[in-house]
Design a protein around this ligand. Structure first.
Ligand SMILES: [Zn+2]
Ligand SMILES: [Zn+2]
Ligand SMILES: [Zn+2]
Length: 141
C-alpha cells in the first residue's frame, strides 16, 4: 500500500505533522471519520482551525470525500485514487452504509448509484445514497 508520505507527495501537498497524522488515521480506519473523532484521536494537540483547514484541503484536493449521514455530523472517508486524476473533481459515485448499532458509516465502493432521472428545471450537483441497517461486524454476533 502507498505510504502517507508517498500519498502527500503524489497529491502535491506539503508534508506537515498534522497532515501526516490525519492521513494515517484515514488509512488505518475502515469507516468514515468525523471532526470530533479525529480531534480525539490526534496525539498532538492541534487547534480546531488547523484541523478544519486540513480536512478542507484534503477534500479540495481529492483525498477525502464528505458523507451526508442521517445525523448532523459531517463525516469524511478516503477517496479512491481516481478522484485525483480527474482534475481534482470528486468521482465517489458509491453508496454509503450507516450501521444503526455501532453508528459507523462505511463506503460501499462497489455499490454504485443508479442513473436517476431528474425533472426538467432541476440541476443536480451531487447524488448521495445512504443505506442504513446493521453492518457485517455487528451482524456476526
Ligand atoms: Zn473523492
Ligand atoms: Zn456496526
Ligand atoms: Zn465513500
Amino acid at each position: 500500500m502507498e505510504s502517507v508520505l508517498e500519498k502527500l507527495n503524489r497529491f502535491k501537498l506539503r508534508n506537515t505533522e498534522i497532515r501526516r497524522e490525519i492521513l494515517t488515521l484515514f488509512l488505518e480506519t475502515e469507516y468514515a471519520l468525523s471532526h470530533q473523532y479525529i480531534e480525539k484521536k490526534l496525539s498532538t494537540k492541534f487547534d480546531r482551525v488547523t484541523l478544519y483547514r486540513t480536512l478542507k484541503s484534503f477534500e479540495e484536493n481529492g483525498l477525502i470525500h464528505r458523507i451526508a449521514n442521517d445525523t448532523d455530523t459531517i463525516e469524511y472517508a478516503l477517496c479512491k485514487d481516481d478522484c485525483h486524476e480527474q482534475n481534482h473533481k470528486h468521482n465517489d459515485n458509491h453508496a454509503h452504509f450507516r450501521c444503526e448499532k455501532c453508528l459507523k458509516t462505511y463506503c460501499l465502493e462497489h455499490v454504485g448509484i443508479p442513473d436517476l432521472h431528474i425533472p426538467n428545471g432541476f440541476k443536480a450537483q451531487e447524488f448521495q445514497l445512504l443505506v442504513s441497517g446493521v453492518c457485517a461486524k455487528c451482524n456476526q454476533v
